[in-house]
Ligand binder design. Structure first.
Ligand code: HEC
Length: 235
């Protein structure tokens, strides 16, 4: 794992861990056993982020190698949102924000379409600034679980064999559940009798994606989103 420095190598190693019940815990254990370079931590974060996975133990290991000046993930506070909104309006730089948005470590592009590019796990953001005020943009990015946009509620299935599939249920009947696995992008047909546990997973957007950013980067990112009014600048 520590030798697999390119994105694809890391992706290939991390993905199987996500498909198993005990996977995230064993990955966290393995990563905690030796110091982790910030570059590798970022790549792993990006794979987890794009797969819509959040695991507290993994998050802790990965975060310990990020910059001490980073914003982290503060608990939700209206006063925090207010202060950041004021900064966004006053000095947010959308051009710099576009670069932050497009950076691989954040994986925004993996899930959101903006302009011509991006994935489909999350809603399109091309006009998000026209419909969503700055305060709510901040909430949506920092604490996605507080308010989940309608139609974007995911499901996690654990099979009796310990497989884990997390994604959107496409259809189901009494025999089977057809689900699109967010981690692999593949549609899976799971017989109902093999399902050990079914959980409402809420939003696939992981919390804390922006935890490694500097305050100025976070401010610029939000400003960039706020400026997306359907015909604004593209990344
Ligand atoms: C794993 C997929 C995934 C990733 C990665 C992801 N998002 Fe999301 N995002 C979603 C989903 C799903 C929703 C809709 C459900 C919800 O409200 O959280 C969403 C909602 C949003 C919204 C609210 C949109 C609206 O119309 O209300 C914003 C803004 C947003 N994301 C920005 C970002 C940014 C910025 C990043 C990168 C830092 C990012 N997202 C990364 C999946 C993702």
């Amino acid at each position: 794992m520590r030798k697999a420095v390119d994105d694809e190598g890391v992706h290939a190693i991390v993905l199987p861990f996500l498909g198993h019940k005990e996977g995230p815990a064993s990955l966290a254990l393995e990563l905690a056993s030796a110091p982790l370079s910030p570059g590798l931590a970022t790549r792993i974060r990006s794979v987890l982020g794009a797969a819509g996975r959040f695991d507290a133990a993994l998050d802790k290991v990965l975060r310990s190698s990020t910059d001490g000046h980073a914003v982290g993930l503060p608990p939700y506070r209206a006063s925090y949102v207010e202060a950041l909104s004021a900064e966004v309006r006053k000095s947010g730089n959308p051009t710099k924000g576009a670069k932050v948005y497009a950076s691989a470590g954040l994986s925004c592009v993996a899930c959101h379409k903006l302009g011509q590019e991006g994935g489909v796990l999350g809603p399109e953001l091309s006009a998000v600034g026209a419909g969503v005020p700055v305060e709510l943009l901040i909430e949506a990015v920092l604490w996605p679980r507080r308010q989940i946009k309608e139609g974007y509620s995911a499901t996690t299935l654990t099979t009796k064999a310990g497989r884990v599939i997390s994604g959107y249920v496409q259809r189901e009947d009494q025999q089977q559940i057809v689900i699109r696995d967010a981690a692999t992008g593949k549609t899976q047909v799971i017989p109902v009798r093999q399902v050990a546990q079914r959980q409402d997973a809420g939003t696939l957007m992981p919390p804390g994606l922006t935890a490694g950013l500097l305050r100025s980067d976070l401010r610029d990112l939000i400003r960039f989103l706020a400026d997306q009014k359907g015909s604004g600048p593209r990344p």
